[in-house]
Design a protein around this ligand. Structure first.
Ligand SMILES: Nc1ncnc2c1ncn2[C@@H]1O[C@H](COP(=O)(O)OP(=O)(O)OP(=O)(O)O)[C@@H](O)[C@H]1O
Length: 286
């Protein structure tokens, strides 16, 4: 089996990195939510973070966008420190221009009563005050496949997929370098999910924005990421090229995640076997 566990535990400092996370740690009481997490996202790359519920994916994402503080470790965007210092308004806006986040539920992140035009204008005014934003609003709607008519709709009048397009447009409004997508398609039905994933692939090609995809869905990871890290109990247990990690998982935990996905010819007993292998590995490690 390939050893993919040590390569990412301490990535070499890379002048080419778009996003570089090094030795990130965060505990809540006794819970080590994020435990020495390090990875590199290259410019225009797409990296998936997978793991079961509670493995530390969201806490990692929240630290990267500045919604949560780290106990230790660094986050750098194009070599510049992105966490820790600079809590003032200007520093917060500068951080937001570099890294934006799209959440699972656009209902919670969008004001349901504000027309889409106002949602986008608010973000544009905040980051680019004193300019006329009409043309940019139409450009953004076009970019996410919504017609100009959507500008006057309120989020509650839109479908789930359309709302998520608005949330993506709002994130793109500041021309971020990194987009963190936290279970961004999990609430959508599969056909709409596919449309949004296609849209995100097109946007990456057009803009060279880098993606950090937080998801528990290995199908999503397979579709839209180049590289993946697998988290368990706050730690990275495996990392590498997505096709290789999912095609030939090296760690018993990754094998368990993979065995848990129903597919043609799938035998649910594989889950039991994978669980036993993981328990054996845990026992040997303790
Ligand atoms: N604000 C908090 N206070 C206390 N514990 C927290 C807090 N945020 C996260 N945790 C704990 O940290 C661990 C990691 O949580 P996190 O949400 O990062 O995992 P996750 O992999 O994103 O899970 P999910 O897929 O369910 O969102 C969990 O044990 C969680 O209960």
């Amino acid at each position: 089996m390939p050893d993919r566990t040590s390569a990412t535990a301490a990535p070499a400092a890379s002048p080419e990195a778009l996003l570089e996370v090094t030795g990130l740690c965060r505990s809540f009481g006794d819970v080590r939510a994020v435990d020495d997490v390090s990875f590199v996202l290259p410019p225009g790359g797409s990296l998936g973070i997978v793991g079961e519920s509670g493995s530390g994916k969201t806490t990692t994402a929240r630290i990267i966008v500045g919604l949560e503080r780290a106990d230790s470790g660094t986050v750098r965007v194009r070599g510049q420190a992105h966490n820790g210092t600079g809590r003032g308004r200007a520093a917060r806006l500068a951080r937001a221009r570099r890294v934006q986040m799209v959440f699972q539920d656009p209902y919670l992140s969008l004001d349901p009563r504000a027309p889409v035009r106002a949602v986008l204008a608010e973000t544009l005014k905040l980051h680019f005050p004193g300019t006329d934003h009409d043309a940019r609003i139409h450009e953004l709607l076009d970019q996410v496949g919504l017609g100009a008519r959507a500008a006057d709709a309120r989020p509650r009048e839109l479908s789930g997929g359309q709302r998520q397009r608005v949330a993506i447009a709002r994130a793109l409004a500041v021309r971020p370098e990194v987009l963190v997508l936290d279970e961004a398609v999990a609430a959508l039905d599969v056909s709409v999910q596919a449309q949004i994933l296609n849209l995100l692939a097109d946007i990456r090609e057009e803009t060279a924005v880098g993606y950090l995809f937080i998801t528990h869905d290995l199908g999503v990871v397979r579709c839209v990421t180049d590289d993946v890290i697998v988290m368990r109990s706050g730690r990275i247990v495996e990392a590498g090229r997505t096709g290789e990690v999912l095609g030939r998982p090296a760690h018993p935990y990754t094998r368990l995640l993979s065995a848990s996905v129903p597919r043609p010819g799938w035998d649910p007993r594989a889950i039991g076997a994978a669980r036993r292998a993981l328990a054996e590995e845990d026992a040997a490690a303790s």
